[in-house]
Design a protein around this ligand. Structure first.
Ligand code: GAR
Length: 226
């Protein structure tokens, strides 16, 4: 691994960048990564400001300037690869990626999704979980494959839904858990403990993960790993 054993990471964002912030904080605390660039498809993404404050190079590639997905993605791939990342981290990057781009980064692109996958792929996950009468909800980190939000799940944070809770409250509680599980998965990858196996499963510490690692957050807020 180049750069003194630190994994080169490019982070893609579209918005607030709180997951980016969690990764930057853990990098400061010794996670063996170097975030070499933050790329946003939206010029006004607050995450860009977070990255600048940390002295991390930022790039904006505005999808609205393109007529179709393919030329946008060709430029996006060129931009990402200029930074020679060992891992690409989607942190609230709200663009659907084509199989071609995903294939280029297969096994070295992670995403976080605010649901207990395979439940609630796509948007508005918190409201949909409430509407479905779910008793628990959470977030998942997965390898990105051509299937939208369908790649093999590495780690999940689960929390019980409180009675009378609204989507905003639930989203905020899930986000707090995202900030725990995403750096953990990225750390495993950076340490060489995590990879995507030829069998399509995530492998952790030399064995296939037949089900995701789960972090339970009780309604009282404390955590327990199972
Ligand atoms: C997070 O909740 C993340 O799980 C979600 O966007 C939010 C980004 O927050 N991602 C998706 O919905 C992807 N399908 P952040 O910008 O504060 O990290």
């Amino acid at each position: 691994m180049p750069d003194g054993g630190h994994l080169r990471v490019v982070v893609l964002i579209s918005g607030g960048g709180s997951n980016l912030q969690a990764l930057m904080d853990q990098q400061t605390k010794g996670l063996p990564i170097e975030i070499v660039a933050v790329i946003s498809n939206r010029p006004d993404a607050y995450g860009l400001e977070r990255a600048r404050r940390q002295g991390i190079p930022t790039e904006v590639l505005d999808h609205r300037r393109y007529d179709s997905r393919e030329p946008y993605e060709a430029d996006l791939q060129g931009l990402i690869d200029r930074y020679r990342p060992g891992l690409v981290v989607l942190a609230g990057f709200m663009r659907i990626l084509t199989p071609r781009l995903v294939g280029h980064y297969l096994g070295r692109m992670l995403n976080i999704h605010p649901s207990l996958l395979p439940k609630f792929r796509g948007l508005h996950t918190h409201q949909r979980a409430l509407d479905a009468g779910e008793r628990e909800h959470g977030a998942s980190v997965h390898f990105v494959t051509a299937e939208l939000d369908g790649g093999p799940v590495i780690i999940q944070a689960r929390l019980p839904i409180r009675s009378g809770e609204d989507a905003a409250s639930l989203a905020a509680r899930v986000l707090t858990q995202e900030h725990i599980i995403y750096p953990r998965a990225v750390g495993w990858f950076a340490q060489g403990r995590l990879r995507l196996g030829d069998d399509g499963l995530p492998w952790l510490d030399g064995a296939p993960l037949l089900s995701p690692v789960v972090i339970e957050a009780s309604s009282a807020g404390e955590r327990r790993e199972v």
